[in-house]
Design a protein around this ligand. Structure first.
Ligand code: 1HN
Length: 359
């Protein structure tokens, strides 16, 4: 007979396992297994955990340590052969899985002067956050945008995209993708384009003219839940943060933090990936905060320190660090500092999963 404490005992919670009774069950487990049946009571507490078990751990990538590997990769493989020359930011708690957090992909892509990355499309949505170099382009659905450091660029789900660097310096950006969420639901498709470039069908700046100034063309119909703006330029973001900081009371947990929105709906710019930019004024020390959306941060400007759980990170421009789910974070800004961040918050909010705690 099933005792009330059996589930706890079998999951290691209580040490009152009766070895005789357990031995007697083995035969049952074997026969049930042959029928593709398994006892829930042996796994229940691992399935429904008392608290988030993020798997990913706090981690800091210093850009100065990473950059030489990006340069070396350029000598070893072309964009043509690699398709995308990306070094994956592998969370040390999730090695071999191409995850920066348990739900998000993060990688650094480098493209050299004169190189192009061929067109393709996929169901996974992507963000690019520009780290180094200027004036390379990405083309999305037939429209080019020129990218500069600090720009936040979107590749919406299932849109053709290719990249090219017509500048005279290497260009590096962070790629953030949601394919682990897509793959959880076995909803992934990918397609390569015949030819080196997808045709340009719209002039550069078209998307911004249509949706970038709190105006929309009369009769505009949204094709998707993703923002029609696909480049949020840093100079605009930085100016907004600066002006904001002059008249708004600072948030004790987040500093001056703005979310990137789809201006049509007011929702997140990408339906699956929450993206934010925050200004931490010099000397600001945030109060402890935790939330269930494991988050990757990219330092845009300034220097500071973050305590993430038991880890302590000293960061400067271009460094990248991870705050796992339900792990307390405290930021200290040594100079005025600007942090970009992305997470699965957009999904958790829609599904009523998000929990947060402001201490
Ligand atoms: C991808 O398509 C790009 O288009 C970058 O630049 C990184 C990582 C995994 C899967 C697809 C790109 C990617 C990616």
């Amino acid at each position: 007979m099933l005792r009330a404490n059996t589930a706890a005992a079998d999951s290691g919670m209580v040490s009152s396992v009766d070895p005789e009774a357990e031995a007697g069950r083995q035969d049952f487990y074997g026969r049930a297994g042959a029928q593709s049946l398994a006892p829930l009571w042996r796994v229940l507490h691992g399935l429904v955990t008392e608290m988030p078990q993020p798997g990913c751990i706090p981690h800091l990538w210093k850009y100065a340590d990473v950059r030489p590997y990006l340069i070396e990769a350029c000598e070893l493989i072309s964009t043509k052969e690699a398709e995308r020359r990306v070094l994956v930011l592998e969370n040390p708690g999730l090695r071999g899985q191409s995850r920066i957090t348990q739900s998000m992909f993060g990688g650094l892509q480098i493209i050299l002067p004169g190189e192009t990355a061929p067109p393709h499309r996929h169901v996974a949505s992507a963000l690019r956050f520009i780290i180094e170099g200027r004036d390379a382009y990405t083309a999305v659905a037939g429209e080019r945008t020129t990218m500069r450091p600090g720009d936040f660029v979107i590749t919406p789900s299932w849109t053709w995209h290719d990249h090219g660097n017509e500048s005279d310096a290497p260009m590096v950006w962070l790629d953030g993708l949601d394919m682990h969420i897509v793959n959880l639901m076995a909803a992934s498709f990918r397609e390569g384009y015949e030819g080196d470039r997808h045709p340009l069908t719209r002039p550069e700046g078209a998307a911004w003219a249509e949706a970038g100034t709190n105006l929309l063309p009369v009769g505009h119909v949204s094709k998707s839940q993703t923002s029609p703006i696909f480049n949020y330029p840093y100079d605009r973001t930085r100016e907004a943060l600066d002006r904001l900081s002059r008249f708004r009371e600072i948030d004790a947990w987040h500093g001056h933090k703005m979310r990137y929105i789809n201006p049509v709906s007011g929702g997140w710019a990408i339906p699956t990936i929450a993206t934010c930019m925050q200004l931490l004024p010099r000397g600001f020390k945030s109060r402890p905060y935790r939330s269930t959306d494991s988050t990757a941060f990219v330092v845009v400007e300034g220097t500071g320190r973050s305590v993430v759980g038991t880890a302590e990170f000293e960061w400067g421009p271009h460094d990248i660090f991870v705050m796992p789910s339900w792990t307390t974070v405290e930021h200290t800004a040594l100079t005025d500092a600007v942090l970009f961040s992305y997470s699965d918050r957009a999904v958790q909010e829609k599904l009523d999963l998000l929990h947060e705690e402001k201490l």
